[in-house]
Design a protein. Structure first.
Length: 163
């Protein structure tokens, strides 16, 4: 990706900051190793949702599962949060799925959600992959327990809807 590519986006800029207030794309490695297609897809999802999105990360060297799409070059993966006071996490997840079905070939994407981190993962891997990641602590160390996507949907429906 190049700095000039950001002129093709409506909602995201070269000066985008993550949840920690750090510039995401001022890092030359991140800029060079992130594929523009993932930001274009996120920009279209943002337009569909009509709500702000904070990008947590795109390409990274570490911090994810061993075969993470975040390590691929070019990286077609993004972790993000939707900033919304109007919806609960369950409803937001359903809206994101609906939006992704409209703005991309969702059956060719990786999509995961992390209810305890209030965050989402999207990648354009070319095949369908789905999961729910639950942030846990064992022996004082954080880890993520991955469960089936459908079980995660059931869990967040119960958490947020009481059903």
């Amino acid at each position: 990706m190049r700095k000039e590519d950001f002129t093709k986006l409506k909602y995201f800029s070269y000066d985008e900051k993550n949840h920690r207030g750090e510039y995401l794309f001022h890092n030359e490695e991140v800029l060079k190793n992130t594929d523009f297609s993932i930001l274009k897809t996120l920009d279209e999802l943002r337009k569909f949702l009509k709500e702000p999105i904070v990008i947590l990360c795109t390409w990274e060297k570490s911090g994810h599962s061993p075969n993470s799409q975040h390590y691929k070059i070019p990286c077609k993966a993004v972790d993000f949060r939707v900033l919304s006071d109007k919806h609960n996490f369950y409803k937001t997840t359903l809206r994101i799925i609906d939006g992704l079905n409209k703005v991309t070939e969702f059956d060719k994407c990786g999509f995961g959600f992390y209810p305890y981190g209030n965050s989402f993962h999207l990648d354009l891997r070319g095949e369908k992959a789905r999961w729910c990641g639950l942030h846990q602590i064992k022996d004082g160390k954080p880890y993520i327990d991955y469960i089936k996507f459908e079980d995660g949907i059931t869990l967040i429906r119960k958490m947020y809807m009481g059903v």
